[in-house]
Design a protein around this ligand. Structure first.
Ligand code: UN1
Length: 499
């Protein structure tokens, strides 16, 4: 029998109020149940918000360096448990274990970076126009925040949200994706071990409509930070907008890699393989379009097919495996539907395009690395996020056309150019409509000390990580201290200006 896990509310592990549960299974071997989790609904969410609300005054008034020390401690515990967590990630969501280690490392990096903010959290001091008056801005917590996270980075993305939210003095209701509740639970357990006060971080597991929506709808939640699809992001923004609730949304991507004729082709090919098929293409930063100059398109494409053919697909705990399964049956179907759409649209299927079957492939959701050639920018496979191991090769005749194609989707998360021409590189850095741009590297692999997020339908103008994190999880408060002992009216009682 698989172990049963509970919600974490007010410092206690509790079952859902209606007793419903769901299973988390291994996508490489679907008969393996990772655990049984609480299928929470509105009642559970309300309890979690009650607990977070009750814990807020105590946590807000805890000095920021002390708040940050819990995050630092969890960073150390992540380091201790890195291997076990990486393996759990592979079992629960399929990414190969080396990438699981990277995912946990990203959480460690975030702890390392953001716990120092406990001693910074910079405000501003500025001069006043009046004598004997002090003007400053300090950062205050938002209150209770709702954090809704995806399955593709089951440790890293929760840490991008939880760590800065805690350092800045917010209390939390955390709803992880239903596909990765075990990783989320393991992370929350580390906070319990670190002695985080009860109610500061609350975990409710379950499905979006049942356990996510009530978080968005509760008036006591001051901010929603969500990473997931643009469709769900739009719904969240609409609902939250009615309550004037802040939303930080990290949504889809259709990330282009431009390869110019002067590029180092070996390097570009290596980058393309990693960007397109790493994490089985299940990253919002995945390289899903390769925009390649016609002068080198044939050579590039032939070599890409050759190299992609030799990628080893399988269970990510087995040595040598480079590409794991898709997350679930639904995603397998979606990817396959897009492949059919691509064929109907007239793109040439150059590699893959099918579910992998036979032997241990039959136990999981495995899909062959897939390459489409002759893809036109108007095709759906060039416009819509597939979130699988499918890449579109799109030949172009010039840099200008490359940029036009690169910018032709509704998304704008990550982007990349391979060239040895420094002038072109700088033009691309300026011209690509994206929150993240790479030169001579693929579209994946952002580091946490810079802001993460995108433009257009990828988000709503916010950024995670880096210096943005503190800004996003706080409200600025402007404070004026008049120590003149008399009424001084701003804009009126000012001394004469120079004439
Ligand atoms: C995501 O796919 O949602 O930049 C996040 C990257 C990783 C994070 C991806 N550091 O590819």
């Amino acid at each position: 029998m698989a172990e049963v896990y509970h919600n974490y509310i007010g410092g206690k592990w509790v079952p859902s109020q209606n007793g419903d549960t769901f299973e988390s299974c291994n996508p490489a071997c679907t008969s393996e149940v990772i655990g049984v989790f609480q299928r929470s609904n509105k009642q559970d969410v309300i309890s979690a918000i009650d607990a977070a609300h009750a814990a807020l005054p105590g946590w807000m008034s805890t000095p920021a360096p002390i708040r940050a020390s819990y995050v630092r401690r969890v960073g150390q515990l992540l380091e201790r448990d890195k291997e076990a967590l990486a393996q759990l990630e592979t079992r629960e969501m399929g990414k190969v274990v080396e990438e699981g280690r990277g995912d946990v490392q990203e959480g460690i990096d975030m702890a390392d970076y953001i716990s120092g903010e406990g001693r910074r959290m910079f405000g501003e001091t500025v001069p006043s126009e009046l004598r004997d008056k002090f003007a400053m801005m300090v950062r205050q917590p938002l209150g209770v925040v709702g954090l809704i996270t995806p399955w593709n980075f089951p440790v890293a993305i929760p840490t991008w949200k939880i760590f800065p939210a805690l350092v800045t003095g917010n209390t939390i209701v955390f709803k992880p994706a239903e596909d990765t509740p075990a990783a989320a639970t393991a992370l929350v357990k580390l906070f319990e071990e670190a002695g985080l006060p009860a109610g500061v971080l609350n975990l409710v597991t379950g499905y979006g409509p049942e356990a996510g929506a009530p978080i968005v709808e509760d008036a006591r939640i001051r901010m929603i930070s969500f990473t997931g699809s643009s469709a769900v992001g739009r719904e969240i923004a609409a609902k939250a907008g009615r309550d004037l609730k802040k939303t930080m949304l990290e949504l889809g991507g259709k990330n282009p890699m431009i390869v110019m004729p002067d590029a180092d082709l070996d390097l570009a090919l290596e980058g393309a393989l990693w960007g397109a098929f790493g994490t089985t293409g299940q990253r919002c930063t995945a390289t899903s379009r390769i925009i390649v100059h016609r002068d080198i398109a044939d050579e590039f494409t032939t070599r890409l097919i050759q190299q992609a053919k030799s990628l080893k697909v399988g269970y990510g705990l087995e040595p040598g495996v480079q590409v794991g399964p898709l997350i679930n049956a639904q995603q397998l179907q979606t990817v396959d539907e897009y492949v059919q759409i691509g064929k109907q649209e007239g793109a040439s299927l150059l590699l893959g395009g099918k579910r992998l079957t036979g032997g241990s492939y039959d136990n999981g959701y495995f899909y062959a690395p897939t390459i489409f050639g002759d893809v036109n920018y108007r095709m759906r496979i060039a416009q819509e996020e597939i979130f699988g191991p499918v890449v579109a090769v799109m030949p172009v005749s010039s840099y200008d056309e490359a940029i036009q194609v690169a910018n032709s989707t509704e998304y704008g998360l990550s982007s990349s150019i391979y060239t040895r021409d420094v002038n072109l590189a700088f033009r691309a850095m300026r011209d690509m409509e994206a929150g993240i741009s790479y030169v001579n590297a693929p579209t994946i692999g952002a580091e946490i000390q810079l802001p993460f997020g995108g433009v257009k339908a990828t988000g709503n103008g916010h950024r995670e990580a880096g210096t943005s994190a503190i800004k996003e999880f706080t409200e600025p408060k402007a404070i004026y201290v008049d120590y003149s002992g008399r009424l001084q009216r701003a804009q009126i009682d000012v001394e004469h200006h120079a004439s």
